[in-house]
Every structure is written in C-alpha cells, then in structure tokens.
Write a protein that binds this ligand. Structure first.
Ligand code: SAH
Length: 360
C-alpha cells in the first residue's frame, strides 16, 4: 500500500485528469464518469462502497488514492445565519463563507492562503502570501459546506487569494463545479473575481469560462494603482480590453465590476461619472461594496447617503449599479475581512456574534 502522502487526492481531479490517472493504471478512462458521480454527487468517501466498480479497480483506489477535505478548525455562525468555516491547509489557514439568501445559497471560497497583491483596503492583503491551495482543497471547501448546510446554489471565488494567480489548481476546480457528472452547477452560477490579472482573464476564457467579476475600485489609473498595486502592471486600458475579450467566451453577457467604497478616497461623484465613462464600451454591472472595516484599517465606510448618491450617479448615467448587502460582519466574514487565523482579530464592535462552535 502506498504511503498516504504519495496517494493522489481524487477530490481535486477533473474529468480529463481522472481519466488520465485511470489510464496510467490500466483502467478504462470512461470509468472517470462513474467515479465523478460517486465522489461529487453521492459524496461517497469509501472506495469499497463504490459497488459498480470492479474489485480490481476498488483495490487500486484503496491503495493509491484518497478523498480528503482539508481539516476543519472552526465554524462561526453570524446573527444573519451566515456560516464561516476555517480550514487548515497545511502552512496556513483559509476561510469559506456560506451565505443564505431568499432564493439561493452562495458559497464564497478561498483559492490561496494569504494574497500577494497587497490591496490597501483588504485584510487578506495585509497578511502577504502563504500558499496556493490545491484543487482538492478548493473542492473540499465546497463539499464540506454542502454537507454542513445542505445546499449551495452559487459559488464565488471571492474569499482569500487571487484565483487568477492559481489557475493551475482553480481551473480543475471550476471544471468540477460545472461538470454535469460532478457538481453540475451552471457556469453562470460560478463566479471568479479578480483584481485584474490580464493574462489570467485570457486563460480563464480559454480553459474554464465562468461568470467574471473584476475588482475595479477606481476609474483612473493613478488612484487605482494606489489602491490595487497590480494596476501598475495591468492598467485600466488593458484590463477593460481583456474584459471585452472575455465576453466572447463568457456564459453571461456582462462583467460584474466590484467597487469598494472608501470614504472620501474613491467615493466622489466625479469618480462615479468617470466610472460611467470608462464602462461605456464594456457591458458591465457595478457592485458597490461599502468598505468593511477591520482593526487597524486606514479607511472608513462612507455614510449611507454618500453610498446612495454614488449609486444614483452611476444609474443616472446608464450604468446598472447595486449596493452589496453586508453579510456576516459580526464574525468577520464580510468581503475583505477574511484572514484565517491571525493575531489580534476582534469582531466589529457593538455586535454580538453567536459563540464559536468548536470542530468535532
Ligand atoms: N482577489 C480577488 C478576489 C478576492 S476579494 C479580487 O480582488 O477580486 C473579493 C472582493 O472583496 C473584491 O472585490 C475585494 O476588492 C473586496 N474587498 C476586499 N477588502 C474589502 C473590504 N475591506 N471591504 C469591502 N470589500 C473588500
């Protein structure tokens, strides 16, 4: 029997990879279809119970494969029923957030522990980069959250990390999420969010086109470079061109542009007008996210009035803009508040979180 470390975690292999893995072991590649169903539809974790596979294949699987989700460290539940899970990914920890809404349940997954991009308003960015997650660790977040909550209708790559800087692992995960034999989510219900990695946008279009969200945050290069240092490498012109190119492959006919509103930094109405002008030739919707504070953050959220005025200015100029509802902020589960386990984290003042549920 192979040592655990040398076994392949099949949870992260997409259909093609699984077929190749089986082929290397003298098995018929089409058996990947049966295996995908067992793993991702029936959630079977014991190879012996996969009764329609041959005894020989079951023995190979038992000796050379595993099906492992990353160990759960803790779960917190917010007053609004949002659930945040912390996982140990070896050399770091990451969080996934399950967000129930009236007609859907969205899971926000992490693709990296930490992040190298150092956006000034993001707590994950403050941590620096720790490691890329494997596709199995990404799929593990999905499977665990699905078992925990019973339903996941949408998956967004808006947790920790920059997914387009880990495409080697993110692409197989996207393929599994959208494979009819595996998780079977529609490509419109899986969204990758990027700070603007232009070559990654092009590769995503070719390899796993799902819905795309782009973190815009400012319509002019000078300000955007200050907030999102990556802008110095891929300025707005190149980014918008990549977005228009993406639409040819995308399952939706628009790009979502996220815009974190920072009080008196990027929420001036003149910037709303610049944003409308910038997006004039790129079909998009703007999702405004009032800044979610974290201890030591150099920014504040704008007043409700300023947020609404910014939204109205965009709408008046023909750009569809909505304000993202804040979810799970009492357990530091809102956008930009994910950091895994770091010293000195405290929940937002004046809010009461339900007690943390220790892992079983
Ligand atoms: N790296 C990717 C995905 C992770 S961030 C990206 O940048 O898009 C997901 C979203 O949360 C991004 O739009 C990000 O800009 C936003 N965000 C980060 N910090 C935030 C904060 N403190 N308040 C509100 N939104 C924040």
């Amino acid at each position: 029997m192979a040592a655990a470390a040398s076994r392949t975690n099949l949870l992260g292999l997409d259909r093609g990879q699984l077929a190749a893995w089986l082929g290397e072991r003298g098995e018929q590649p089409y058996k990947a279809r049966q295996l995908l169903r067992w793993i991702h539809r029936k959630h079977e974790r014991d190879f012996e119970r996969m009764h329609d596979l041959s005894a020989k294949l079951r023995a190979t699987l038992a000796a050379e494969a595993t099906l492992e989700t990353p160990p759960l460290t803790e779960t917190s539940v917010a007053a609004d029923a949002t659930r945040k899970h912390l996982y140990d990914v070896g050399g770091g920890s990451v969080e996934a957030v399950w967000i129930p809404e009236a007609k859907r349940a969205t899971l926000c997954v992490s693709s990296q522990a930490g992040c190298a991009l150092a956006c000034t308003f993001c707590l994950t960015g403050k941590q620096g980069f720790a490691k890329n997650l494997s596709s199995a660790q990404i799929m593990g977040q999905y499977h665990h959250a699905l078992q925990d909550a019973g339903t996941v209708s949408n998956v967004v790559f808006m947790g920790m990390g920059e997914p387009l800087l880990n495409l080697e692992q993110v692409v197989p995960a996207l393929r599994l999420l959208t494979d009819d034999l595996a998780c079977g989510l529609s490509r419109r219900r899986v969204t990758v969010s990027t700070a603007g990695v232009v070559p990654g946008i092009e590769r995503l279009a070719a390899e796993a086109p799902v819905a795309l969200a782009v973190s815009l945050h400012a319509p002019v290069d000078e300000l955007r470079s200050e907030l999102v240092p990556l802008n110095r490498r891929y300025p707005l012109r190149d980014l918008l061109r990549a977005c228009r190119g993406y639409l040819k492959a995308a399952p939706r006919d628009f790009i979502t542009f996220e815009y974190v509103l920072l009080d008196r930094v990027n929420d001036d109405l003149a910037l709303a007008r610049d944003t409308a002008r910038l997006l004039a030739k790129t079909p998009g919707k703007v999702n405004l996210i009032p800044f979610n504070p974290f201890p030591g953050a150099p920014y504040q959220a704008p007043s409700r009035n300023r947020v609404m005025a910014f939204r109205d200015e965009l709408n008046a100029r023909g750009v569809v803009a909505t304000v993202r509802r804040q979810r799970g902020d009492d357990i530091l589960a809102a956008c930009g508040q994910l950091a895994g386990k770091v010293a000195g984290r405290v929940p937002a003042a004046g809010r009461i979180a339900t007690p943390i549920i220790p892992a079983p």
